[in-house]
Design a protein around this ligand. Structure first.
Ligand SMILES: [Zn+2]
Length: 88
């Protein structure tokens, strides 16, 4: 049970990169125009959306998004959930 509880705390924080023109996977997320991410290979654009728990580390998430999106080129999905990636 303890494991499950700490797992929940991790997944509760939510940050995702959303491709321009696509919708975030959740309602109520914040986004900031400063955190626009471009794939370095093809210039597809994403914006980072985040919840209040992730707000303090949004600069971190935008750096993660930059790496992940460029690394996954040319497989660009509409939503890339960043806060779940770090567990792997
Ligand atoms: Zn690309």
């Amino acid at each position: 049970m303890l494991f499950l509880r700490s797992w929940w705390i991790i997944v509760e924080m939510h940050a995702e990169a959303v491709r321009f023109g696509a919708r975030p996977s959740r309602f109520g997320l914040m986004s900031d125009a400063h955190y626009t991410i471009k794939c370095e290979a093809c210039l597809v654009c994403y914006r980072v959306h985040y919840d209040p728990d992730a707000e303090g580390s949004v600069t971190h998430w935008s750096l993660v998004a930059q790496e992940v999106i460029t690394a996954r080129h040319p497989d660009h999905k509409d939503n890339v959930v960043l806060s779940r990636l770090e567990m792997f």
